[in-house]
Design a binder for this molecule. Sequence first.
Ligand SMILES: Cc1ncc(COP(=O)(O)O)c(C=O)c1O
Length: 456
Amino acid sequence: MTARLATIDRDRLAALIDRERAAYQAGFPRSRDAFAAAGNHLLGGVPMTWMRMWPGGFPLYHATAAGARLTDLDGHEFIDFCLGDTGAMAGHSPAPVQAAVSRRYGELGGATTMLPTPDAAWAAAELTRRFTVAHWSFTLTATDANRWAIRLARQLTGRPKIAVFSYCYHGSVDESFIVVTPDGPRSRVGNVGAPVDPRETTRVMEFNDPDALDRELAHGDVAAVLMEPALTNIGIVLPEPGYLDAVRELTRRHGTLLINDETHTFSAGPGGCTAAWGLEPDMVTIGKSIAGGIPAGAYGLTAELADRILADPAADIQDTGGVGGTLAGNALSAAAMRATLGEVLTGEAFDGMIAVATRFTAGVQSVLDRRGLPWSIVQLGARAEYRFCPEPPRTGGQSEAAADTELDEYLHLYMVNRGILMTPFHNMALMCPATTDADADAHTATFAAAADELLG
Ligand SMILES: Cc1ncc(COP(=O)(O)O)c(C=O)c1O
């Protein structure tokens, strides 16, 4: 271990970014041309505006994908650690999901009918086995799972607000775009067309600070704390020992419900952090990966809460009460969920994914240690992420302060130019059942080369 920490020469970094940008522009001509030809009818030139966040001036265009591999229009093959920012945590097009989807859509016929299929009940029972809460309802996205869980929490408690952690991300949930600042809470920068100032709907505090949570809940107006048991959208911020116990004790004491959003923390194991760490949430929300990339989300609640909401004459959860979606719970998503949970993202698969992530993390750590790079890496089961600060951050605010867009761009481009795809919004890597030790080692070698060029 090197005692002295290395410093980054910003001029060298700028020159390296220029070089990598030029290599990217030259290396992926078909993607570049497809982007240029996309015309004026896509907002921002992409199917969904987040796709503009890929560095290099244009996104790669996806041609084919299987398991942990993706190819672009030019025929380059990538080791995919992005995995659709968790949507493809089961790997791309795993065989059991392919079979279930083609059987449902082709052989049996009918993707969406407003009628149940037995697959949904199977998936709900499996989610209960994994995440403990007793009753489940389905959505198409994790965002909707969170939105509807929040509505139920308000109805159940008769309280108007929710509480979230600074720099959390729970999808495009209006209430969640709020951060802590020295001058008090404020709307997150760039919050698009907020329906109301989020201070009217939301209390916010830093993660790992039980006193702050106690203070906010003491107002007595918070229906639910919506949280990831570890933050994963501002680097990975792990809970300190005892913190999640304190969260549970405080929420109970203040009559506030606890919603675990396991959409990303599912990486911790087959039952996410809820099972891995023995948590006792009142509700669980999840999405992205549970149907092998076919749109599906879910929210679950305890038997006691389910009985209460079903018996509430003032809660219209069947028609136009603000909870539900025409395609939610559709037959195609349900078939894909059953195959994904039953045959792909199994306990055994998680054992393998976590072992590869452990190797990935150790590889990056050894690169950092040998070179004295002032960065850190944090692992959460099958996922790992590096951050540009010497110690892993303990709050969202600290992690945000460690953001470095130049280093992000350099590392992303360096990787993609050498066949490795990382998540564009952060330096996150996720393992799927098909990711191998050799894939993790390939990343370590490329990361070491990037670090060596940076340090000169
Ligand atoms: C923790 C968490 N919850 C919910 C969501 C929303 O997922 P989706 O965009 O698929 O609705 C995300 C998306 O990144 C997330 O990270």
